[in-house]
Design a protein around this ligand. Structure first.
Ligand SMILES: Cc1cc2nc3c(=O)[nH]c(=O)nc-3n(C[C@H](O)[C@H](O)[C@H](O)COP(=O)(O)OP(=O)(O)OC[C@H]3O[C@@H](n4cnc5c(N)ncnc54)[C@H](O)[C@@H]3O)c2cc1C
Length: 367
């Protein structure tokens, strides 16, 4: 077989590259995917009751990038969805992220915005140099809110104490001194009107794109001649684990369907302190599907399983740096996406990165 471009992985990174190569360069491209479907982790499907679920956990699209929003809007219309999350603490459901409403509900107060600012300042611990996720939380909200909302959730999610995680984990969680209880504040937010899989199918609908499912690229790559390989699989697997296995946090998703129209008050409810799971998603509240039954998903973080979240510790980053050095030596291979770059990318960031890498590749070919 002869293809100028071969892509490993049919997730959003791989499909964005495939779509650009096929449409802009008008070149043939082969996409090799080891799963039995395209879409990677954004894949959604209808379960046996006919309810649309996100097979790899809830995915909510949000971005401040107009170019990414416009790019994906070629392949889908959007439901005007604003995500909301509640957190179960001390028997109450309080809004997340932390807003004025959260503080008032948590402490049974009636403070205005500036009073909440003063309240948080009094709680916050002064720390000279913030180097861990625990210190981020303590320096922003103090020990009581840290223990009620962040400490146990983070321990469940990562299996280690927040004091051992770098600042990136808790820094991502905003604290708003207003009453905006939307989970994301981005300019563009929404859910693909007919689901992510339909969106991905449209991205791949080009006669220049051939997709090989159920195939680990290592089984076939020796029989294919190509000029460029775009690799979106795991970095350590590409190098046969020569520097050891990179650590990931995985999740076991437990789906349950109930014979009632609605299950909970919000699309996602977090459980920082109770139960073994971290959160419950009710899919109909994301997709707006009408159905007399409802399906939920409980998330049980675990060490073994599909690689979902790169481990945010110094040691893991140092281990990946060894693979990154090897990657620099490759002239025919581009490493792209959350697995190859060992980096947590939201969907918009994954698409943006692929669009940027495509442009770089195009420029390099012209020179
Ligand atoms: C639980 C969870 C929830 C998330 N929620 C959100 C959210 O709400 N909003 C948001 O913006 N982002 C969310 N994300 C992030 C989102 O999933 C990623 O941005 C996106 O999936 C990245 O796409 P990718 O193509 O880089 O990786 P992937 O989707 O992982 O695609 C990589 C593909 O490569 C394939 N592959 C790997 N090895 C091989 C091989 N040897 N041969 C062939 N194929 C191979 C894999 O099977 C996979 O299909 C979430 C992620 C997780 C894990």
């Amino acid at each position: 077989m002869n293809f100028k471009y071969v892509i490993v992985g049919a997730g959003l990174s791989g499909l964005t590259m495939a779509e650009r190569i096929a449409n802009v360069l008008q070149e043939k491209v082969l996409v090799i995917e080891k799963r039995n479907h395209i879409g990677g982790n954004v894949y959604d499907s209808y379960n046996e009751d006919g309810i649309l679920i996100h097979n790899y956990g809830p995915h909510i699209f949000h971005t401040n990038s107009q170019s990414v929003y416009q790019y994906l809007s070629q392949f889908t219309q959007w439901n005007d969805f604003w995500h909301r999350v509640l957190t179960y603490v001390d028997g109450n459901l309080i809004p997340m992220p932390i807003t004025v409403e959260t503080i008032n509900k948590l402490y049974n107060l009636n403070l205005d915005c500036s009073q909440v600012e003063d309240f948080l300042k009094k709680q916050a611990v002064e720390i000279d140099e913030v180097t861990t996720s625990k210190e981020v939380a303590l320096s922003k909200v103090g020990p009581d809110i840290y223990s009620k909302i962040f400490e146990n959730y983070t321990k469940k999610q990562w299996g280690i104490d927040p004091a051992e995680l770098d600042t990136s984990v808790i820094s991502r969680i905003p604290i708003r001194l207003n009453r905006d209880t939307r989970y994301f504040a981005d300019r563009y937010q929404g859910m693909p009107k007919f689901g992510y899989t339909k969106m991905c199918e449209k991205m791949a609908a080009n006669k220049n794109i051939k997709i090989m499912l159920n195939t680990d690229y290592k089984e076939v790559i020796g029989d294919i001649s190509y000029e460029k390989l775009i690799y979106t699989g795991p970095a350590d697997d590409y190098y046969d684990y020569k520097y050891g296995r990179l650590s990931y946090r995985s999740i076991h998703f437990a789906f349950e369907t109930y014979d009632k129209e609605t299950f909970q008050e919000a699309p996602v409810v977090n459980y920082p302190n109770d139960y073994d799971y971290t959160r419950i998603t009710e899919f109909k509240k994301l997709t707006w599907q009408e159905h007399r039954k409802t399906t939920i998903c409980k998330e049980f973080p675990c060490a073994e399983g599909e690689p979902y979240y790169p481990f945010p510790t110094k040691d893991c980053k140092a281990q990946f740096a060894l693979y990154a050095e090897e990657m620099k030596k490759e002239s025919k291979v581009i490493f792209l996406g959350r697995l190859a770059e060992y980096k947590y990318y939201n969907m918009d960031a994954a698409v943006k990165r692929a669009l940027d890498v495509f442009e770089q590749m195009q420029k390099a070919a012209q020179n």
